[in-house]
Write a protein that binds this ligand. Structure first.
Ligand SMILES: Cc1cc2nc3c(=O)[nH]c(=O)nc-3n(C[C@H](O)[C@H](O)[C@H](O)COP(=O)(O)OP(=O)(O)OC[C@H]3O[C@@H](n4cnc5c(N)ncnc54)[C@H](O)[C@@H]3O)c2cc1C
Ligand code: SF4
Length: 342
């Protein structure tokens, strides 16, 4: 039995000071990742600093058309907020298609961004895993890798980033605001998630004790025509094999602007920049969608077990662009590819 002490923080400065001054302390939000990993002996904090009473639960539309989401807003609250559903349907859909209704009621937005990988070797304290224990090796590379990444991998780690909503946020101009021992910071989302490289244990640039306070999404009018398509082994309560967050604006049969990010296939939420570059100015045609998908997935480095993801991702990209161009799946946050939300 490991003794764990518990502190309930009532203001942000106290929470930051408590965790940053003690390397064995962790923040506790909904606990749906933290408590799981604690039980599995993957995380071993000696103190949990409960942040649930901090005033970080707001969900507000900005006058300019953007969004500010407190890090302690729950997934279900954000998915249901009219301003999110109207301005950023892809965000609402990504949230509704994640986890289960019970989990979405507990899980916070900040915790979602910082959830840990689902690689079974990471979650088994007896397996070699560079992410859990740097320098021990990666059991997945020659092991069971069906759900693992094909983009952004390294010889040290091939784990897929698990979050759905992070994929939708990656397709937008999102900034993650924090408060830490060195003061306030704001990270563009593309700099927030790190590729594994030779240090897979570093997943984000946060210092120990740096608290996510808010997620800010800049106004993005084209996001009103957007969707999140999630392909998985079963229709609910399952992580993505492949997902596509996409938004598009069209004039005279040509794509004026497009945003796209992929989930389930990469070691971080993956902005599909190559596909975007190919699509801007292209005519709305399935052949162009297929070419954009091929261009994006050309960099894939699959294992024999997950090679199917390359083709699956290409098909999902084409499907998402088809749905956007014919207007299906964009009118509300519930018309997603994978059936009814879990
Ligand atoms: C069975 C199951 C299925 C799931 N399916 C999906 C899915 O399909 N899609 C999906 O996206 N997710 C899924 N999840 C993951 C779930 O969404 C996350 O566990 C949840 O969002 C984490 O939020 P939390 O508030 O519970 O975080 P916690 O567990 O409390 O914390 C997670 C981590 O973040 C840190 N932390 C929390 N808040 C902050 C903050 N504000 N600042 C700094 N650090 C912080 C904690 O210290 C901890 O390390 C699933 C989880 C389970 C258990
Ligand atoms: S893929 Fe990453 S998380 Fe999984 S065993 Fe290898 S190093 Fe660990």
């Amino acid at each position: 039995m490991r003794p764990i002490t518990y502190l309930r923080a009532t203001d942000t400065a106290t929470a930051v000071a408590a965790v940053s001054s003690d390397p064995t302390s962790d923040f506790l939000a909904g606990g749906t990742t933290e408590v799981d990993l604690l039980r599995q002996n993957v995380l071993n904090p000696r103190r949990l600093v409960d942040i649930n009473e901090l005033p970080l639960t707001g969900i507000e539309g900005t006058e300019e058309g953007g969004l500010r989401i407190g890090s302690l807003a729950r997934m279900s609250e954000v998915a249901a907020a009219p301003v999110v559903r109207e301005r950023f349907p892809l965000v609402a859909q990504a949230l509704e298609l994640g986890a289960s209704a019970q989990l979405r009621n507990m899980a916070s937005m900040g915790g979602n961004l910082l959830q840990r990988v689902r690689c079974s070797y990471f979650r088994d304290a007896h397996s070699a895993c560079n992410k859990r224990e740097p320098g021990t090796g990666c059991s997945a590379i020659d092991g069971f890798s069906r759900g693992h990444a094909v983009l952004g991998t390294s010889e040290h780690c091939i784990a897929t980033h698990p979050s759905d909503v992070a994929v939708a946020l990656m397709a937008l101009d999102t900034r993650v605001h924090t408060m830490g021992p060195s003061g306030e910071r704001a990270y563009p989302i593309n700099d927030f998630f790190l590729l594994p490289g030779d240090s897979p244990h570093r997943e984000h640039p946060l210092e120990h004790g740096e608290l996510i306070t808010e997620i800010e999404v800049a106004p993005t009018p084209l996001a009103r025509r957007s969707l999140y398509l999630k392909v998985r082994d079963r229709e609910s309560y399952e992580f993505a094999l492949v997902s596509v967050a996409a938004a598009m604006s069209v004039a005279d049969g040509r794509i004026v602007d497009v945003r796209m990010a992929l989930g389930g296939v990469a070691t971080k939420p993956w902005r599909a920049e190559r596909a975007e570059d190919f699509l801007i100015g292209a005519t709305i045609m399935r052949d162009n969608f297929a070419m954009a998908a091929r261009v994006e997935m050309a960099a894939a480095r699959p294992t024999p077990m997950n090679a199917f993801k390359v083709e699956l991702a290409q098909r999902a990209i084409v499907r998402a662009l088809d749905m956007l161009s014919n207007g299906t799946g964009t009118a509300s946050a519930s018309g997603s590819e994978s059936g009814s939300p879990s």
